[in-house]
Design a protein around this ligand. Structure first.
Ligand SMILES: CC(C)(COP(=O)(O)OP(=O)(O)OC[C@H]1O[C@@H](n2cnc3c(N)ncnc32)[C@H](O)[C@@H]1OP(=O)(O)O)[C@@H](O)C(=O)NCCC(=O)NCCS
Length: 162
Protein backbone atom coordinates (compact mmCIF):
# COMPACT_ATOMS: atom_id res chain seq x y z
CA UNK A 1 0.00 0.00 0.00
CA UNK A 2 3.05 2.27 -0.15
CA UNK A 3 2.44 5.29 -2.38
CA UNK A 4 -1.25 4.43 -2.86
CA UNK A 5 -3.99 6.90 -2.03
CA UNK A 6 -7.70 6.42 -1.57
CA UNK A 7 -10.12 9.22 -2.43
CA UNK A 8 -13.75 9.73 -3.54
CA UNK A 9 -14.25 9.00 -7.24
CA UNK A 10 -14.71 12.01 -9.53
CA UNK A 11 -16.74 12.27 -12.74
CA UNK A 12 -13.58 12.01 -14.84
CA UNK A 13 -12.75 8.62 -13.24
CA UNK A 14 -15.83 6.96 -14.79
CA UNK A 15 -14.08 5.29 -17.73
CA UNK A 16 -11.22 3.99 -15.59
CA UNK A 17 -13.69 2.58 -13.03
CA UNK A 18 -15.59 0.76 -15.79
CA UNK A 19 -12.37 -0.67 -17.25
CA UNK A 20 -11.18 -1.77 -13.80
CA UNK A 21 -14.44 -3.54 -12.92
CA UNK A 22 -14.56 -5.24 -16.33
CA UNK A 23 -10.96 -6.47 -15.96
CA UNK A 24 -11.39 -7.69 -12.37
CA UNK A 25 -14.71 -9.48 -12.94
CA UNK A 26 -14.20 -10.50 -16.57
CA UNK A 27 -17.72 -9.30 -17.49
CA UNK A 28 -19.37 -5.86 -17.87
CA UNK A 29 -22.20 -6.76 -15.44
CA UNK A 30 -20.65 -5.11 -12.39
CA UNK A 31 -19.62 -1.89 -14.12
CA UNK A 32 -23.21 -1.54 -15.34
CA UNK A 33 -24.41 -1.78 -11.75
CA UNK A 34 -21.91 0.89 -10.67
CA UNK A 35 -23.10 3.26 -13.42
CA UNK A 36 -26.77 2.59 -12.67
CA UNK A 37 -26.38 3.18 -8.92
CA UNK A 38 -24.82 6.54 -9.64
CA UNK A 39 -27.43 7.49 -12.26
CA UNK A 40 -30.28 6.58 -9.90
CA UNK A 41 -28.87 8.51 -6.93
CA UNK A 42 -28.43 5.31 -4.91
CA UNK A 43 -24.65 5.59 -4.43
CA UNK A 44 -23.55 6.38 -0.86
CA UNK A 45 -19.84 6.33 -1.61
CA UNK A 46 -17.61 5.49 -4.53
CA UNK A 47 -13.91 5.38 -3.66
CA UNK A 48 -10.85 4.79 -5.80
CA UNK A 49 -7.34 3.69 -4.85
CA UNK A 50 -4.64 5.02 -7.14
CA UNK A 51 -0.92 5.49 -7.44
CA UNK A 52 0.80 8.32 -9.27
CA UNK A 53 -0.17 6.79 -12.64
CA UNK A 54 -3.54 5.07 -12.53
CA UNK A 55 -6.57 3.82 -10.66
CA UNK A 56 -5.88 0.42 -9.11
CA UNK A 57 -8.98 -0.28 -7.05
CA UNK A 58 -12.59 0.77 -6.58
CA UNK A 59 -15.29 0.20 -3.98
CA UNK A 60 -18.96 1.05 -4.34
CA UNK A 61 -21.38 1.51 -1.44
CA UNK A 62 -25.11 2.00 -1.97
CA UNK A 63 -28.30 2.54 -0.01
CA UNK A 64 -30.45 -0.32 1.29
CA UNK A 65 -33.79 0.28 3.00
CA UNK A 66 -34.87 -1.80 5.98
CA UNK A 67 -38.67 -1.93 6.26
CA UNK A 68 -38.66 1.23 4.14
CA UNK A 69 -36.17 3.12 6.33
CA UNK A 70 -33.04 4.45 4.64
CA UNK A 71 -30.63 3.23 7.33
CA UNK A 72 -28.46 0.53 5.80
CA UNK A 73 -25.85 0.14 3.09
CA UNK A 74 -24.66 -2.45 0.63
CA UNK A 75 -21.02 -2.99 -0.31
CA UNK A 76 -20.16 -3.76 -3.90
CA UNK A 77 -19.13 -4.11 -6.56
CA UNK A 78 -15.53 -3.95 -5.44
CA UNK A 79 -12.52 -4.54 -7.64
CA UNK A 80 -8.73 -4.42 -7.66
CA UNK A 81 -6.74 -4.54 -10.87
CA UNK A 82 -5.70 -8.20 -11.44
CA UNK A 83 -1.93 -7.53 -11.32
CA UNK A 84 -2.22 -5.82 -7.93
CA UNK A 85 -4.63 -8.14 -6.09
CA UNK A 86 -3.67 -9.54 -2.67
CA UNK A 87 -1.42 -6.59 -1.89
CA UNK A 88 -3.73 -4.87 0.62
CA UNK A 89 -5.58 -2.47 -1.70
CA UNK A 90 -8.93 -4.15 -1.05
CA UNK A 91 -8.33 -3.95 2.69
CA UNK A 92 -7.71 -0.21 2.50
CA UNK A 93 -10.84 0.38 0.43
CA UNK A 94 -13.07 -1.62 2.78
CA UNK A 95 -11.70 0.06 5.90
CA UNK A 96 -12.29 3.58 4.56
CA UNK A 97 -15.65 2.59 3.08
CA UNK A 98 -16.86 1.20 6.38
CA UNK A 99 -15.65 4.28 8.27
CA UNK A 100 -17.64 6.43 5.85
CA UNK A 101 -20.78 4.33 6.34
CA UNK A 102 -20.43 4.64 10.10
CA UNK A 103 -19.92 8.39 9.69
CA UNK A 104 -23.09 8.60 7.61
CA UNK A 105 -25.00 6.89 10.41
CA UNK A 106 -25.68 3.68 8.48
CA UNK A 107 -26.63 1.00 11.00
CA UNK A 108 -25.85 -2.12 8.98
CA UNK A 109 -23.86 -3.03 5.88
CA UNK A 110 -24.60 -6.06 3.70
CA UNK A 111 -22.47 -7.75 1.06
CA UNK A 112 -22.89 -10.62 -1.38
CA UNK A 113 -19.38 -11.90 -2.00
CA UNK A 114 -16.54 -14.29 -1.31
CA UNK A 115 -17.39 -16.16 1.94
CA UNK A 116 -13.66 -16.37 2.84
CA UNK A 117 -12.92 -12.69 2.25
CA UNK A 118 -15.47 -10.46 3.94
CA UNK A 119 -15.43 -12.21 7.36
CA UNK A 120 -11.89 -10.74 7.69
CA UNK A 121 -13.67 -7.40 8.14
CA UNK A 122 -16.36 -8.62 10.53
CA UNK A 123 -19.07 -9.57 8.03
CA UNK A 124 -21.06 -12.65 8.96
CA UNK A 125 -23.70 -14.77 7.21
CA UNK A 126 -25.47 -15.12 10.56
CA UNK A 127 -26.22 -11.38 10.70
CA UNK A 128 -27.54 -11.27 7.11
CA UNK A 129 -29.71 -14.36 7.61
CA UNK A 130 -31.93 -12.42 10.06
CA UNK A 131 -33.34 -10.23 7.26
CA UNK A 132 -35.72 -10.88 4.37
CA UNK A 133 -33.57 -10.34 1.30
CA UNK A 134 -33.20 -11.32 -2.33
CA UNK A 135 -30.19 -13.46 -1.33
CA UNK A 136 -29.31 -16.10 1.24
CA UNK A 137 -26.55 -18.58 2.03
CA UNK A 138 -22.90 -18.23 3.07
CA UNK A 139 -22.07 -15.56 0.43
CA UNK A 140 -24.70 -13.18 1.82
CA UNK A 141 -23.18 -11.43 4.84
CA UNK A 142 -23.87 -8.48 7.11
CA UNK A 143 -22.26 -6.39 9.82
CA UNK A 144 -23.86 -4.16 12.44
CA UNK A 145 -22.34 -0.69 12.81
CA UNK A 146 -24.58 0.37 15.68
CA UNK A 147 -26.12 -1.30 18.69
CA UNK A 148 -29.48 0.24 17.79
CA UNK A 149 -29.59 -1.57 14.42
CA UNK A 150 -32.90 -3.38 13.83
CA UNK A 151 -32.47 -7.12 14.37
CA UNK A 152 -34.91 -8.13 11.63
CA UNK A 153 -36.72 -6.59 8.66
CA UNK A 154 -37.18 -6.63 4.90
CA UNK A 155 -34.33 -5.27 2.78
CA UNK A 156 -35.03 -3.21 -0.33
CA UNK A 157 -32.15 -3.13 -2.80
CA UNK A 158 -31.77 -0.33 -5.40
CA UNK A 159 -33.25 -0.75 -8.89
CA UNK A 160 -29.73 -1.35 -10.26
CA UNK A 161 -29.92 -4.89 -8.86
CA UNK A 162 -33.24 -5.78 -10.50
C1 LIG B 1 -11.75 -9.55 -3.97
C2 LIG B 1 -10.80 -8.35 -4.19
C3 LIG B 1 -11.60 -7.06 -4.30
C4 LIG B 1 -9.88 -8.30 -2.95
O1 LIG B 1 -8.98 -7.19 -3.08
P1 LIG B 1 -7.42 -7.39 -2.79
O2 LIG B 1 -6.77 -6.06 -2.86
O3 LIG B 1 -6.93 -8.46 -3.68
O4 LIG B 1 -7.47 -7.91 -1.28
P2 LIG B 1 -6.41 -7.63 -0.13
O5 LIG B 1 -5.03 -7.65 -0.70
O6 LIG B 1 -6.79 -6.43 0.63
O7 LIG B 1 -6.63 -8.94 0.74
C5 LIG B 1 -6.81 -8.93 2.13
C6 LIG B 1 -6.80 -10.37 2.57
O8 LIG B 1 -7.82 -11.13 1.87
C7 LIG B 1 -7.23 -12.23 1.14
N1 LIG B 1 -7.99 -12.36 -0.09
C8 LIG B 1 -7.90 -11.59 -1.21
N2 LIG B 1 -8.81 -12.01 -2.13
C9 LIG B 1 -9.47 -13.04 -1.59
C10 LIG B 1 -10.52 -13.89 -2.06
N3 LIG B 1 -11.04 -13.77 -3.30
N4 LIG B 1 -10.98 -14.85 -1.22
C11 LIG B 1 -10.44 -15.00 0.02
N5 LIG B 1 -9.45 -14.22 0.52
C12 LIG B 1 -8.97 -13.27 -0.29
C13 LIG B 1 -5.78 -11.82 0.96
O9 LIG B 1 -4.98 -12.96 0.78
C14 LIG B 1 -5.51 -11.11 2.28
O10 LIG B 1 -5.35 -12.06 3.29
P3 LIG B 1 -4.51 -11.73 4.65
O11 LIG B 1 -5.26 -10.64 5.38
O12 LIG B 1 -4.52 -13.03 5.37
O13 LIG B 1 -3.17 -11.27 4.17
C15 LIG B 1 -9.93 -8.52 -5.45
O14 LIG B 1 -9.18 -9.71 -5.35
C16 LIG B 1 -10.73 -8.53 -6.76
O15 LIG B 1 -10.91 -7.50 -7.38
N6 LIG B 1 -11.19 -9.72 -7.19
C17 LIG B 1 -11.95 -9.84 -8.46
C18 LIG B 1 -13.31 -9.19 -8.38
C19 LIG B 1 -14.09 -9.67 -7.18
O16 LIG B 1 -14.21 -10.88 -6.95
N7 LIG B 1 -14.61 -8.70 -6.39
C20 LIG B 1 -15.31 -8.99 -5.17
C21 LIG B 1 -16.63 -9.56 -5.40
S1 LIG B 1 -17.30 -10.16 -3.90
Amino acid sequence: MKDIWIRPARAEDADAIIALNDAAFGTPDESKIVAQLLADGDSLASLVAHDDREILGHIQLFRILIDGDDIAAGLGPMSVTPERQKSGIGRGLIKLGMTMMEGQGRELVFVLGHPDYYPKYGFSPGVAARYEAPWSGPAFMGIELSNTAPRTGALTYPKAFN
